[in-house]
Design a protein around this ligand. Structure first.
Ligand code: ATP
Ligand code: MG
Length: 324
């Protein structure tokens, strides 16, 4: 089915809320003094939520921050951009989650994370979460959250409630290919794929979600399973949408100079889901989503380039398309 309309209630995302602090120089690791810049608000679900809200969708996040400035930075940003922050817990005694990142010359990244042992992982089903989920119109799940027990507990309950009230589900597989997951996580992953009203894979996540090799075969299998819509993110090559009853639709990427690739996929997802829920057709939603992803990579910081509707309209009008 099509995604539930925006007026049914907010798009809810569950997971890590972090600050990102990044090295200003390209290189390997953190074993010498470096110039760093940050903190920037971050965490894949937070980036998604911020972009979803900025473009005009109703959006909310379930997660936790510490009672510190890193936490306030995140909550203030999300609230400023129009997201519902009522289900962000403020946890005493634990610091807000963080990720230190340094880009290597080949584009890969070195990280020092503090997530599992930070406030970011210390949330659960609470009265505030129950109240939010009871009025949610859509749930967006990120595969990365499946390795976080606190997120899994909330997602398991939220899926039932949101679907029960006529809401819909989107799933960004977002799993690290190199990580192996236990049988329970693999089972939950497959279940979410099968239940999704919209799948948002990138690269090899498509084949992983389908469980078969080859792009065509993977798409065919997922559509045959009854997944109504697949938005495939293709980086600097743009994105494509596949549905059972229409020809595939491809939108070329916007030609930009990439400054910081982090957050492109999450901004793409936030914009795509918001637009579809607000009534856009696939082509319009895909155009805004590609613009949101492209605009975000032109700015340093994981969500600093997330755009409002006006900013994205201006970006689309002013930016050339890359070769398809
Ligand atoms: P992430 O790296 O955040 O996990 P992802 O792999 O999920 O991202 P991408 O395909 O990298 O998703 O990016 C999402 C969308 O953003 C792309 O489909 C594209 O439209 C846009 N985008 C990303 N990078 C670029 C770029 N360098 N130039 C133009 N557009 C881009
Ligand atoms: Mg991704």
């Amino acid at each position: 089915m099509a995604l539930a309309p925006d007026h049914l209630g907010p798009t809810v995302t569950v997971g890590e809320i972090l600050v990102e602090i990044m090295a200003t120089s390209i290189g390997e690791g953190f074993r010498q003094p470096l110039d760093l810049v940050g903190p920037y608000p971050s965490g894949a679900p937070a980036i998604f939520t911020d972009q979803c809200a900025r473009i005009g969708g109703s959006a909310a996040i379930v997660g936790a921050v510490g009672a510190d400035d890193f936490g306030r930075l995140n909550v203030d940003r999300l609230a400023r951009d129009g997201a519902d922050v009522s289900a962000i817990a403020v946890v005493p005694d634990y610091p807000t989650g963080s990720a230190f990142v340094r880009y290597r010359a080949d584009g890969s990244r070195d990280f020092v994370y503090n997530i599992a042992t930070s406030a970011a992982a210390r949330f659960g089903w609470s009265e505030a979460v129950a109240t939010l989920v009871a009025k949610a119109g859509h749930l967006h799940v990120m595969g990365s959250a499946l390795s976080m027990p606190s997120a899994v507990a909330v997602i398991d309950r939220a899926v039932e409630i949101v679907k029960e009230r006529g809401g819909t589900l989107s799933f960004d597989p977002n799993l690290r290919k190199e990580l192996r997951y236990d049988a329970e996580t693999e089972r939950r992953f497959s279940e979410l794929v099968a239940m999704a009203d919209l799948l948002l894979p990138s690269g090899e996540e498509l084949e992983r979600a389908a469980g078969v090799p080859g792009r065509e075969a993977a798409i065919e299998k997922l559509l045959a399973m009854g997944i109504p819509e697949i938005a495939l993110k293709e980086g600097a090559r743009g994105a494509s949408v596949f549905t059972a009853d229409a020809e595939p639709l491809h939108v070329a990427a916007f030609a930009v100079t990439e400054v910081d690739p982090t957050g492109a996929g999450d901004c793409f997802g936030g914009a795509y889901v918001a637009c579809r829920r607000l009534g856009s057709g696939i082509e319009e939603a895909l155009t805004y989503a590609c613009a949101a992803g492209a605009r975000n990579v032109t700015v340093r910081g994981p969500m600093e380039g997330a755009g409002t509707r006006d900013e994205l309209d201006a970006f689309i009008a002013a930016t050339q398309r890359a070769a398809p």
